[in-house]
Design a protein around this ligand. Structure first.
Ligand code: FB9
Length: 519
């Protein structure tokens, strides 16, 4: 056994160079040969070898045949706490404080107490009888009472760390425990005994059966490593779904179950006509200025707008139409032509409703969309300049606010949210409009879970939809539910460059309905 121990200043043995696996393998087998039994924990301590290395070496011996038997045991032990480990690196507070007191003239107490953890250090140094305080002068002077001291605390902690001191009830250990420098610890170790195939010189078993062995027949005399069926195979690198996509799938499933059809949302770039004007949002509406919306510089405008429909939209905005007085302002085509990054998927709903209105006979429709929208808003922990909007709409004859509330209860019930409240709200394109609140069992509070309303006739009639057709709609985000379901408080931990990919690999399956609520 060739490991050299150099005694550090405090005369305690420290962990030295680890023996090679083969030499350790031989040492262990020789020890077992003479002692018939080996405790991996005490062997590691006595030989200052990393305990895990001893266990690992026996594991590989086991994989070479029925050579040794390993019984797992557990025992209480002690180990330095994180603070204890700091003291091992930097020395104890009392020792460092003592060093800060000049041997000759002492030091003014206020000066000394500026040291880190001086309170503990001073108290301990005094109780150890290392220092004295001369109160006769103002400020008091702290002087050494002894020439030199040993950092017993650091030594003790090192001996505990190096497993040389492991009795949890030793007096000095109890004191260190009180100082939260040492904590109880549990050690899993093994009692190793010889097994049927025990021998002190075991050739490394063959791991491969090669063609050459087969041709030469040498395999008959070779000793092959046993298959280690407990070996943990290599975790194959696998694709993983980002939580947002898991929640999107759950929401998509709910809409499809409710008979909704997904709208095509593959166009982040939209023009102001479909994003705003067709939704009866006046051209001076604050949502339409650069503070809220990303305008494109190239291509800055579109010319492909449905002319006759556009005329109707212009009319209902400027002079009013279809029984509405409109907004009484001078509607500008140029404004409607401006290209933007869509601020809501409601722009897609508008296109779909217009297309529906072009059909000869009106047929009721249920549409949904889940896709990205962009808002030039001030960023905070729950808002980025883009998020995924979830939207549902139903177009049918004589739908009422009651139908909207009914479908909202059905939709949110499928999300485990049964207690809803509705607060009147305002959107340029819906009247009446309601913010939706739900009592969240987990968060034990009411949270805003979306917005909704009945699309205005000023939006629907210019499209050509029949008078008695109304459209109810609602919207929410994908990010908010995902953050709540996955317990993420800062949206930057969910999306963006700071996301830890481990979260993507390890995040649990998405259960939109908390376990206890049956649907
Ligand atoms: O998602 C939102 N909240 C929410 C939703 C679900 C949820 O589930 C938890 C697991 C239990 C938790 C929270 N909100 C909408 C409410 C708020 O977060 C709000 O502060 C932020 N809103 C976004 C817009 O922010 C500027 C969420 C986003 C939103 C708001 C309105 C619509 C869509 C998304 C809409 C609409 C609409 C209205 C009428 C007709 C058609 C569409």
């Amino acid at each position: 056994m060739s490991n050299s121990t150099e005694n550090s200043a405090s005369g305690t043995a420290s962990i030295t160079k680890e023996p090679t696996s083969s030499s350790l393998q031989n040492d262990l087998l020789l020890h077992l040969n003479t002692h018939n039994k080996l405790n991996t924990w005490s062997y590691a301590n006595e030989h200052n070898i990393d305990h895990q290395l001893v266990i690992g070496t026996f594991r590989s011996i086991q994989s070479m045949g029925d050579i040794v038997r390993m019984e797992q045991e557990t025992s209480r032990s002690i180990a330095p706490t994180d603070e204890g480990k700091i003291l091992i690196d930097n020395g104890s507070y009392e020792y460092n404080l003592f060093q800060a007191v000049p041997a000759d003239k002492g030091i003014e107490q206020p000066e000394l107490m500026k040291l880190p953890n001086a309170n503990i250090g001073f108290a301990k140094a005094m109780s150890n009888g290392w220092l004295e305080v001369d109160k006769s002068c103002k400020p008091a002077i702290v002087k050494r009472k002894v020439d030199n001291v040993h950092d017993e605390v650091k030594n003790l902690l090192m001996r505990i760390q190096s497993l040389q001191l492991s009795d949890p009830n030793a007096k000095e250990v109890v004191d260190l425990k009180k100082r939260k420098l040492v904590k109880d610890d549990v050690v899993n170790y093994f009692i190793v005994t010889k097994s049927a195939g025990f021998s002190t010189n075991i050739a490394k078993g063959e791991a491969e059966l090669t063609a050459d062995m087969l041709q030469t027949g040498s395999w008959k005399s070779l000793n092959f490593k046993q298959y280690n069926f407990n070996a943990k195979g290599m975790i194959p690198s696998y694709g993983c779904l980002h939580p947002l996509l898991k929640v999107r799938t759950e929401y998509r499933q709910i809409f499809l179950e409710m008979g909704f059809t997904e709208m095509p949302t593959n166009n982040y770039v939209e023009n102001s006509f479909w994003n705003f004007d067709a939704l009866f949002t006046p051209q001076k509406h604050p949502a339409r200025d650069a503070q809220d919306t990303f305008f494109l510089s190239d291509p800055a405008i579109t010319t492909k707008l449905p002319t006759d429909y556009l005329e109707k939209v212009k009319q209902v905005h400027s002079t009013g139409a279809f029984g509405s007085i409109g907004y009484q302002y001078d509607w500008q085509l140029e404004e409607a032509q401006k290209n933007v990054l869509r601020t809501h998927t409601t722009a897609v709903s508008t296109r779909m409703l217009y297309k529906l209105a072009q059909e000869k006979t009106f047929r009721p429709a249920k549409y949904f969309s889940i896709d990205k929208v962009f808002r030039n808003e001030n960023l905070d922990a729950t808002h980025l300049a883009e998020f995924h909007q979830i939207e549902g709409l139903i177009a049918d004859y004589n739908l009422t606010l009651g139908d909207l509330i009914g479908i909202l209860y059905e939709f949110f019930r499928k999300l485990g949210m049964t207690k809803l409240r509705f607060k009147p709200a305002y959107n340029p394109y819906t009247e009446p409009s309601m913010e939706i609140f739900s009592y969240h069992e987990g968060l034990k509070k009411w949270i805003e879970v979306g917005n909704s309303g009945m699309f205005r006739p000023e939006m629907l009639l210019p499209m050509g939809l029949p008078e008695n057709v109304s459209v109810i709609a609602w919207g929410l985000s994908l990010e908010r539910p995902t953050m709540i379901l996955y317990g993420i408080n800062n949206i930057r931990d969910l999306i963006g460059p700071k996301v830890d990919l481990e979260m993507c690999r390890e995040n649990p399956i998405c259960r939109v309905i908390p376990a206890k609520v049956e649907n």
